[in-house]
Design a protein around this ligand. Structure first.
Ligand code: PLP
Length: 401
């Protein structure tokens, strides 16, 4: 391996760059997770998480990856044999479907081409046809990290309400929470699933379920076997700031500071920043004459740009050139787009010049790997960043209530 100097460019759409301030917060002696100091931290991070999910309802924090939080949503609300409706938005929707099938759920998987978000119209039509209300949940990935397409969650909620269907709405907000507008309560989600290593700017290791009253009531009646993931025992323990098993103590120190940072910047500013970087990346792709995978203008992801390779060119070979030469990790194509796309992550702890370094690395890599493209994408991105509104980066470093 070549020796590289300076910081590695981690431009995958999660895990994302962890701010030094968060790393420092985690670099602490581990404390007694049943002691009074931990209980105060526990209460603070639970309350803080609610501000990010935009909910007044319980948020359950697991020592887990996002997949664990997916499983928690399923085992608490659904039982083997239940019918659920899902949309094939990409690889993560497919993996969630596979997980649901392992729990013996009957999945109606609305086919998709991986270039669009979920269709609220198709969801409404399926629910309308379900006169006996056999469908127990609609499960949608908000930000499909494998494709760079966003699904319109309020439109999905409206589709459910339009036909007065009682199905729960389960949303994967794993790569949108803390980087793309998301409102658990106002959007009427019943379970929102997320995890630590994306917009929350933490290392992998925490999974989240935000839950509605309806989801809690369903879980209470649900007799499916579960233990580690059971919401009710954790929520009861959380009232006193503790957990039923050992929580990820030092990750929670980091979570507290990450939430503080997001609130200091202001969530709306965070969302605008991600949109600017997405617009600049797409402008670069346009000049390079390379197609962006997501074909729906309103659904372009603010957190990543998935770029298609010209026919006959392997995206993974290109990524290797960029990694070897410039020490930058770009996201690979997953599942059926493996080798056909690469993904530029512009999510989390990130700024204009990091984006410019990233796009410069991509443009130089395209050249070195012999990928047909037009030069000048970097200049187009610079133009967008120069002209678009700059977010106040120099706000005082005091906590916002
Ligand atoms: N859902 C989405 C949208 C994701 O992006 C990911 C991971 O990248 C997952 C689910 C799975 O999360 P994890 O790998 O933390 O288990």
């Amino acid at each position: 391996m070549a020796l590289h100097t300076g910081r590695h460019f981690l431009q995958i759409p999660g895990p994302t760059n962890v701010p030094d301030r968060v790393l420092r917060a985690m670099d602490m002696p581990t404390i007694d997770h049943r002691g009074p100091e931990f209980a105060e931290l526990g209460l603070r991070v639970i309350e803080g998480s609610k501000k990010i999910f935009k909910t007044e309802q319980p948020v359950i924090i697991y020592p887990s990856s996002g997949t664990g939080a997916w499983e928690a949503a399923i085992v608490n609300t659904l039982s083997p044999g239940d019918k659920v409706l899902m949309a094939e938005t990409g690889q993560f929707a497919t993996l969630w479907r596979n997980l649901a099938e392992k729990f013996k759920l009957q999945v109606d998987f609305i086919p998709g081409d991986w270039r669009h978000g979920a269709s609220a119209e198709q969801i409404e039509a399926r629910l309308k046809a379900d006169k006996t209300h056999e469908i127990k949940a609609v499960m949608v990935v908000h930000s499909e990290t494998s494709t760079g397409c966003i699904s319109d969650i309020p439109a999905v909620r409206k589709a459910i309400d339009n036909v007065k269907h009682p199905a729960l709405l389960l949303v994967d907000a794993i790569s949108s929470l803390g980087s793309v507008e998301y409102e658990h309560d106002a959007w009427g989600a019943d379970v929102t699933v997320s995890c630590s290593q994306k917009g929350l700017m933490l290392p992998p290791g925490l999974g989240f379920n935000a839950v509605s009253d309806k989801a809690l009531a369903t879980a209470k009646k649900n007799s499916s076997i579960r233990s580690y993931w059971d919401w009710h025992e954790i929520i009861a323990a959380n009232k006193l700031g503790s957990w039923v098993y050992t929580p990820a103590t030092n990750m929670l120190y980091g979570l507290e500071v990450a939430i503080e940072m997001l609130l200091e910047e202001g969530l709306d500013n965070v969302f605008t920043r991600h949109k600017r970087h997405s617009a600049a990346s797409r402008a670069a792709a346009r000049i390079w004459e390379l197609d962006v995978l997501c074909q729906e203008t309103a659904a372009h992801s603010p957190i990543l740009t998935a770029i298609m390779m010209p026919d006959g060119h392997d995206a993974d070979r290109f990524r290797k050139v960029v990694l070897d030469k410039f020490d930058m990790s770009l996201g690979s194509g997953l599942g059926k787009v493996k080798g056909k796309i690469f993904r530029i992550g512009h999510i989390g702890h990130f700024n204009d010049l990091m984006l410019m370094g990233t796009l410069a690395g991509v443009e130089m890599g395209l050249d070195l790997a012999g990928i047909p493209h037009r030069a000048g994408g970097v200049l187009a991105a610079m133009d967008i960043l120069k002209r678009s509104e700059v977010i106040p980066m120099s706000q005082p470093r005091t906590a916002v209530a």
